[in-house]
Design a protein around this ligand. Structure first.
Ligand SMILES: [Zn+2]
Length: 227
């Protein structure tokens, strides 16, 4: 993973819009309920992130519609853009503040993951791929009202040791080292949630041991590394 944070550019703005549209194409998002962001440094050197605006269909998004929010913003008075930021901007802000390794965030209401979140269930260690999120399970953050600082804090705490979490009675947050990585994680969480719901419909689902999951977590730390 590169330690260089991207400078704001038309290319990164286009990549963010492509990611937002892929959420719908991959059927992990409906309408405008999800949102996407990427950590950048603005052209004048301020650290922060770009995020999708509220209320504009992804198909209609233009690079200039994205909103820049500086790090440690506590309201939108310092946001830069033609549009108003996603109502969940604080959720993204708090995660970037707490985890330097997070470079992009995808938030969706994908169906199976949200169904589990509505049961206030974590995705347990029923499949080795649960370890790709970095822990023994994919946790479910306690419910808080959408768009609030409380929800932002709840998610940031759940993500302290994980790359993804469910939000009770709400949806999913997936993080990554770049936009593609965060999108992949959101797709993986939905796939695992769907598998778990089906497996559970067949009866009680046996879980992998803590020791086996610890092994899987370690293996994923180097999985796919070419050298
Ligand atoms: Zn949401």
């Amino acid at each position: 993973m590169s330690d260089v944070v991207l400078i704001d550019s038309i290319e990164i703005r286009r990549a963010l819009i492509v990611t937002a549209r892929q959420m719908n194409a991959l059927r992990i998002n409906v309408n405008k309920s999800g949102n996407v962001s990427v950590r950048i440094t603005s052209e004048c050197g301020r650290e922060g992130f770009l995020i999708t605006p509220t209320g504009i269909p992804y198909e209609a998004l233009e690079p200039a519609d994205l909103v820049f929010i500086p790090m440690f913003a506590r309201d939108l008075s310092s946001a830069v853009g033609l549009r108003k930021a996603s109502s969940e901007w604080a959720l993204h802000a708090r995660i970037y503040e707490k985890k330097a390794s997070v470079r992009a965030i995808v938030h969706t209401h994908s169906v199976y993951a949200t169904a589990m979140a509505c049961q206030e269930m974590a995705i347990p260690a029923f499949h080795y791929m649960v370890a790709t999120a970095g822990g023994q399970e994919i946790p479910c953050a306690p419910y808080c009202t959408f768009g609030t600082d409380e929800l932002a804090d709840s998610a940031a705490i759940a993500l302290a040791e994980h790359k993804a979490c469910l939000l009770a009675h709400h949806g999913v947050v997936a993080t990554g080292k770049d936009l593609d990585d965060a999108l992949r994680m959101a797709v993986e969480v939905e796939n695992l949630a769907q598998c778990y719901c089906i497996a559970r419909s067949l009866g009680e689902v046996p879980l992998l041991s803590n020791e086996e999951m610890a092994l899987n977590i370690e293996k994923f730390k180097t999985y796919g590394v070419q050298k």
